[in-house]
Design a protein around this ligand. Sequence first.
Ligand code: NAP
Ligand code: COA
Length: 256
Amino acid sequence: MRVGQFSGKNAIVFGGTSGINLGIAKMLAEKGAHTFLVSRSSEKVESAVAEIVAAGGKASGCPADVRDYDQVEAAVAKAVELGEIDIVISGAAGNFLAPAAEMSSNAFRTVIDIDLVGTFHTARATFAHMRKPGSSFIAITAPQAVKPMGGQAHVCAAKAGINMLIKCLAFEWGPQGVRVNGISPGPIVDTEGMRRLAPTPEINAALTAALPLRRYGRADEIASAACYLAGEEGAYVTGTILDVDGGTALGSGGLA
Ligand code: NAP
Ligand code: COA
């Protein structure tokens, strides 16, 4: 990790007020970026900004719901008061376990709206303000994009859409020097996502035993991947989904 790698750079992190995305925001700030945090709750924005500032980083933010394009555009307008955007992290998401046959239409639509439409909104609203050439858009996807999972039809469909959106945007925006990539985290410790997907120690143990690396990942391991993709080291990488998942996407290898 190079301290100061992102000095003078501006990052905006959608869904950056808790969990994995906050972990990314903290590492970007540690390495010198000004991080602008966006999520629905103004209390969460305030406390995440305060945490980064208390650690010596530069941060600000405002509330917005990624489902509402006007709110996203207004948040971006505030962020660009600092200057052109170098790094966008798009990680807002919603998840719950629900069998497809029992899920309401609104439940399915809600997750598509937050994850997939929300990712489009963040990309659409930031593109005009991204430094060209030299900026990087990173969406947070998930193994559900490529691996069907029970109770996750809504999330699988949304994240699969995000994976293709990443490739389409990379294709369209490459000529202007904007790189677009995704990170697909495996199960990450101490996150809301895993509290919802693996609510008991028994489920946790079974899930861990099925992972090729036999452990959950940490938010800082996802943040390191984001720094690679956003930085000079990733300068020739676009349109890719980087699996940082302990082998989750490999599946069971044919074993039960
Ligand atoms: P989390 O802590 O719940 O983070 C979700 C963030 O998104 C929060 O900051 C939340 O803040 C914000 N958010 C939710 N709905 C929003 C909306 N409509 N508009 C704006 N912001 C919204 O969850 P996490 O588990 O760390 O997950 C973070 C990302 O990693 C997600 O994209 C998830 O799919 C992905 N992921 C997680 C795991 C895992 O192991 N946890 C594995 C694979 C992929 P507010 O409540 O204030 O809006
Ligand atoms: N099982 C089945 N349906 C569910 C559900 C569950 N556990 N939780 C919510 N729903 C349904 C609701 O019943 C509603 O459908 P309906 O109108 O037909 O009854 C629909 O989903 C929307 O729910 P609502 O609570 O109004 O949505 P919201 O916009 O307030 O919140 C969620 C969005 C549901 C995704 C909420 O869990 C959330 O805010 N999540 C963010 C944090 C998170 O999920 N973190 C993990 C990221 S991986």
